[in-house]
Design a protein around this ligand. Structure first.
Ligand code: HXC
Length: 260
């Protein structure tokens, strides 16, 4: 493989799977791991034969956070000038949907990595948390912002300031994960790949628009979001897949997408 810290595969038609693979450190997110992850994500995002992605870790850990050993001696000037962590956000600029299949620890930067994905599926063993307060810092990969938007201020404040972990069951009740599937990582990956396959079977151009529209809900007022959605909806009438999809419905046959 071209990678040291991740594994990549193509488990189903149109689907790419990225597995974080640094077991000795519970997939702690060191810089070389993130560089590899970003390379794989960019390559799959640019590859027309990939229409959805799944990101997973191991049964024991999705990722136990940023690499504390790598961070501990850093100084302010270095992290500020070097834009420490800025490259982590590449994932949130992908066009294609990415599903996090979380089992075991998703802590700190690991929780934030899952939050940057479009959909989270978790095994009952998943343990989420933003424990940064315990090591004298705060979340730096979007945790305070993305959690607050999804689970509200009071819960986010509690988690950020106490550093306590939370369970898959809590994450499901709060709407942070779309589904808990078990018993272990195997089943979460299977279901994530199945879901990715369904997405990959749709018109890629409509999927891209759907993802873009939902994401605007987190970044705009309701009125701006509604206008954005309507404009994007209008724009799909310029695609071949809209003609094909609606014709196929009327002709009672399956659509044959050209993704154009
Ligand atoms: C570096 C880590 C690590 C981490 C685990 N390891 N987490 N190394 N950075 N975040 C390493 C341990 O040092 C150890 O290696 C090996 O993984 C196994 O971990 P153990 O602690 O022995 O396992 P266990 O007792 O089962 O405890 C699991 C754990 C614990 C509860 C997940 O490892 C833990 O608390 N980890 C840190 C979690 C955390 O604070 N994450 C937030 C990081 S800050 P050795 O070789 O030492 O035995 C962060 C900031 C993000 O993420 C900011 C921006 C994105």
């Amino acid at each position: 493989s071209q990678y040291e810290y991740i594994l990549t595969s193509r488990p189903a038609d149109g689907v790419a799977l990225i597995t974080l693979n640094r077991p000795k450190a519970l997939n702690a997110l060191c810089t070389p791991l993130f560089d590899e992850l970003n390379k794989a994500l960019s390559d799959f995002d640019a590859d027309d034969s990939v229409r959805a992605m799944v990101l997973t870790g191991s049964d024991r850990a999705f990722a136990a956070g940023a690499d504390i050993k790598e961070m501990k001696d850093k100084e302010y000037a270095e992290v500020y000038k070097g834009k420490f962590l800025e490259s982590w956000t590449l994932l949130s600029s992908l066009r294609k949907p990415i599903i996090a299949a979380v089992s075991g620890y998703a802590l700190g930067g690991g929780c934030e990595l899952a939050l940057m994905c479009d959909i989270i599926l978790a095994s009952p063993t998943a343990v989420f948390g933003q424990p940064e307060i315990n090591i004298g810092v705060i979340p730096g990969g979007g945790g305070t912002q993305r959690l607050a938007r999804v689970i509200g201020k009071s819960r986010t404040m509690e988690l950020t300031l106490t550093g306590r972990n939370f369970s898959a069951a809590e994450a499901a009740v709060w709407g942070l994960v779309s589904r808990v599937v078990g018993p272990g990582q195997g089943e979460v990956i299977t279901q994530a790949v199945d879901m990715a396959s369904i997405i990959a079977s749709k018109s890629a151009i409509a999927v891209q628009a759907g993802k873009e529209a939902v994401n605007v809900a987190y970044e705009s007022t309701l009125n701006e979001g509604l206008r954005f959605e309507r404009r994007l909806f209008h724009s799909l009438f310029a695609t071949k897949d809209q003609k094909e999809g609606m014709a196929a419905f009327v002709e009672k046959r399956a659509p044959n997408w050209t993704h154009s």
